[in-house]
Design a protein around this ligand. Structure first.
Ligand code: ADP
Ligand code: MG
Length: 484
């Protein structure tokens, strides 16, 4: 599609994120929430929807929801109500899901995103409510039957609903990543998208740039990575623009994203949508939340990404960009802080550069998370210290880094066994320089005739002769002296 045509349209996106809360047991029963058990071994009478059983609310799930609410500056009501959301599906044995409708635990809040370097936007969060997850239907285990696994039934979810405040797929991804990072900092969700602990549904509509009314939206489901989130939204925006430009109209519907074909397909239209007949669940009392409860939870909050970032800038002198990158992922911040604590304050910028540069690159290439890095924090500290105390040059440090990555040991060990120690003995450097000068009389002439550039040639020769080990600063000074 021509950019010209795209330019007349604005896209509008709102996200619904389901974060599985990291409680040990389910939201209304004592059954375990551990992932990966044999089917139906972690579903008790409550999760099975047996008659006569009663749900008992998990206090920890409520606490986690409030933790989230406080972190996004949200309104927390003093009373929160659970409601039944009625629909029929084989993996929902009770015939209703316990969720929240009116009076969700977390009301209006907001979060800041930076979709690109130096850009900042506030995104409104409409609400976040608690609900139980449903079971799973499996269609690949038995030839002519579907299987039902109720291990997941009753797992606590926090559904986080944003305002339709995003204007591009990039912004939607930045928002989703921010929420992902936050729930991990708060330790209320493990964030594992492959296992479905963090799921995003995207609502997408378009409108003419000068229009301030919202267009009809499609809801996209079945997205299990940030990459697919971006692709699904972009596909959908183009589909809607094409449709409307061709004289059609967007209908309100749910669409499934197919990552193999990179397209969205209609799943059900609004006419087929369920009428959930929400009503307050008579089995559960309203949840009373006091100001004291909220204050306690607020006081126990860990340092959040924004505060951490500011501290890195103010106290450690890191750049805005590096501070943002180091704090975007909690594991990266933990790695950096472990390294930093071992080193001294002057090392902060160096450490940041290594973590965000060579280490991030190597991890990315190997498809590893930083928690599985073969180079630990203390190992990186040692490397940076050897550069600082002039044992090795920055260039040789790259060699040492690679050797550490390959498992050859720590920096000191590698420097010794490979003989990489920097030559700082000026006598030894002078000898090398004398040899190089004697071997290149033409270039000496050129330099003396005013061709400054030739100095680089000499430095290169001396460094080569020393196999990269001569201290480059010393080489420079002594060379200038001798060439004069
Ligand atoms: P439902 O309960 O049917 O899912 P909601 O009103 O709760 O509907 O909205 C769900 C999500 O859809 C929210 O994140 C909201 O921001 C988003 N949304 C609502 N209207 C639009 C629209 N016209 N375009 C894009 N997103 C929208
Ligand atoms: Mg919805």
């Amino acid at each position: 599609m021509s950019t010209n045509l795209m330019n007349q349209w604005e896209s509008v996106i709102g996200l619904e994120i389901h974060a599985q809360l990291a409680t040990a047991s389910k939201i209304f029963s004592g059954a375990s929430t551990a992932y990966g058990a044999e089917p139906n071994t972690q579903a008790c009478a409550v999760d099975l929807g047996m008659p006569g059983v009663l749900p008992v609310l998990n206090r920890e799930a409520v606490r986690m929801a409030i933790r989230f609410g406080v972190a996004i500056d949200a309104v927390i009501d003093h009373q929160s109500i659970f409601a039944r959301k009625n629909y029929f599906y084989p993996d929902l044995p009770k015939g209703y899901q316990i969720s929240q409708f009116e009076h969700p635990i977390v009301g209006k809040g907001h979060i800041g995103i930076s979709p690109a370097e130096g850009e900042h936007r506030e995104i409104g969060i409409t609400r976040a409510h608690l609900e139980e997850d449903a079971g799973k239907s499996t269609h690949d285990q038995f030839p002519e039957q579907s299987g039902i696994d109720l291990n997941r039934a009753g797992t606590p979810l926090l559904e986080i609903v944003s305002e339709p405040d995003m204007r591009s797929a990039k912004e939607a991804v930045a928002y989703a990543r921010k929420i992902h990072s936050l729930v991990r900092y708060l330790e209320i969700c493990d964030g594992n998208m492959q296992e479905g602990s963090f799921r995003c549904d995207a609502n997408v509509s378009i409108r003419r740039k000068d229009d301030d009314r919202l267009g009809t939206r499609a809801e996209l489901k079945n997205i299990n990575s940030f990459r697919f989130l971006e692709r699904a939204i972009n596909y959908e925006i183009e589909r809607q623009i094409d449709l409307v430009e061709d004289g059609g109209t967007v209908v309100q519907e749910t669409r499934l994203y197919d990552s193999e074909r990179d397209e969205t397909r209609s799943m059900r239209s609004k006419e087929e949508a369920n009428d959930y007949r929400y009503f307050p669940d008579p089995d559960l009392l309203p949840v009373a939340i006091s100001d004291e409860d909220i204050a306690q939870i607020r006081a126990a909050l860990p340092e959040l990404p924004e505060q951490k970032k500011q501290r890195y800038i103010d106290d450690l002198g890191l750049s805005d960009y590096n501070a943002e990158q180091l704090t975007a992922n909690r594991d990266t911040a933990v790695y950096f802080e472990a390294a930093y604590a071992e080193g001294d304050s002057a090392a902060a910028a160096q450490l940041a550069n290594w973590i965000l540069g060579d280490l991030a690159g190597a991890l990315n290439k190997a498809g590893l998370d930083i928690v599985d890095s073969p180079i630990s924090s203390p190992m990186l500290v040692q490397l940076v210290a050897r550069i600082a105390d002039n044992t090795i040059s920055g260039k040789i440090a790259k060699q040492v880094f690679d050797a550490m990555w390959q498992g050859e040991g720590g920096a000191d060990e590698i420097i010794e066994t490979r003989g990489l120690r920097q030559i700082t003995d000026s006598g030894a450097i002078e000898t090398l320089i004398d040899e190089v000068i004697a071997a290149n009389p033409d270039q000496v002439e050129q330099f003396r005739a005013g061709k400054e550039k030739v100095l680089g040639f000499f430095v290169g020769q001396v460094m080569n002769q020393s196999r990269g080990k001569a201290n480059p600063g010393q080489v420079n000074t002594i060379l200038r002296d001798k060439l004069k």
